[in-house]
Design a binder for this molecule. Structure first.
Ligand SMILES: NC(=O)c1ccc[n+]([C@@H]2O[C@H](COP(=O)([O-])OP(=O)(O)OC[C@H]3O[C@@H](n4cnc5c(N)ncnc54)[C@H](O)[C@@H]3O)[C@@H](O)[C@H]2O)c1
Length: 303
């Protein structure tokens, strides 16, 4: 069945180009009224320009869709609130938020400045917090919300020279793991995308041939589905792009359960390292309570 966003309002941050633009175009084509947010700075997060967001709004309108621009930075608390206010003023509601705005400051740790660290965290992780903080009371009040956070293979698996970016992108998983719980009662589904696409951000790390081949449009279907009413899953990490769609997950190995009776020492850990680190029979955990309950259950079984 066709997935429709008729009557829904979507906010896409960093939608003036690359992946965000592609998400915004697809949602508008499917009936959403879209807030196209973009600060319009350079890939390092310097400068500002209203043109990219305005251009995407013009594109959506030329195709018969409905959109308004917003030029605030997601990195400021006021900016996040103003982005949500733009949606409320223009359309009176917010159903979908795609936290997509991003910058890069790649540099090995021994050369990284405080500003390189702070700027990347400000845009990616604080920039997701500011918009969601502003929208959360609306989601709770209307008992509906669909959210996408944007991670990266760098955040899930690690990438040399991206300690700032990788750490900020891993933080997205922590943010999601809490919001999936806080949102569950209110029909707010929070999922994370780890995209791969040729954009101006990846131009510096991919050969041009790859940039041309790996289109943002190959990521779009996963994001559109995840922010639709049809999706009732929350707390998933989906890698999408380059012709692949898969789930990535953190798992907990069975380990060893010697219990509390005998204190163990480092030599015991050394001798039992293979058993402690084995992933045979590893399973994902839904939340911190589940992992604690698992500890307690094993203790009861063992006693
Ligand atoms: N392209 C990839 O392969 C890839 C891989 C992993 C993750 N990502 C993530 O996907 C997202 C989109 O990246 P992209 O590849 O489309 O790059 P992009 O540079 O084309 O898009 C990012 C957009 O965010 C905007 N932006 C930056 N700072 C902002 C701020 N403070 N407030 C509002 N807007 C701001 C930029 O102006 C830009 O238009 C980013 O979060 C990026 O880290 C991309």
């Amino acid at each position: 069945m066709a997935i429709s966003f008729d009557g829904q309002v979507a906010i896409v941050t960093g939608a003036g180009g690359g992946l965000g633009r592609a998400y915004a175009l697809d949602l508008a084509k499917r009936g959403a009224q879209v807030v196209v947010n973009d600060l319009g700075g350079d890939p390092r997060g310097e400068g500002a320009n209203a043109a990219p967001a305005q251009k995407v709004v013009d594109e959506i309108k030329a195709a018969g869709g409905e959109a308004v621009p917003n030029y605030d930075s997601v990195a400021s608390y006021e900016g996040g609130f103003n982005i949500v206010k733009t949606a409320m003023d223009a359309y009176g509601r917010v159903d979908v938020i795609i936290c997509n705005a991003g910058i890069l400051r790649d540099i090995a740790l021994h050369n990284m400045s405080e500003d390189d660290w702070d700027s990347v965290f400000a845009v990616h992780i604080k920039g997701s917090f500011t918009v969601l903080r502003a929208a959360w009371p609306i989601f709770r009040q209307q008992s509906y919300g669909r959210v996408i956070l944007t991670s990266s293979s760098s955040g899930i698996w690690g990438q040399f020279g991206q300690s700032n970016y990788g750490a900020a992108k891993t933080a997205m998983l922590g943010f999601m793991n809490v919001l999936k719980q806080e949102g569950a009662k209110y029909n707010v589904m929070v999922n994370t995308i780890a995209p791969v696409a040729g954009t101006r951000l990846t131009q510096s790390v991919m050969p041009q041939e790859m940039v041309d081949r790996l289109k943002p449009e190959h990521v779009v279907p996963a994001v559109t589905y995840l922010v639709s009413n049809e999706n009732t899953d929350s707390g998933l990490v989906i890698e999408a792009g380059a012709g692949n769609y898969n789930r990535a997950v953190m798992v907990k190995g069975p380990g060893l359960r010697p219990g509390l009776e005998d204190l163990k020492d480092a030599e015991w850990v050394q001798e039992n390292w293979a058993g402690i680190t084995s992933l045979d029979g590893a399973i994902p955990m839904w939340n911190a309570q589940t992992t604690l309950a698992d500890f307690e259950a094993q203790k009861t079984k063992g006693s």
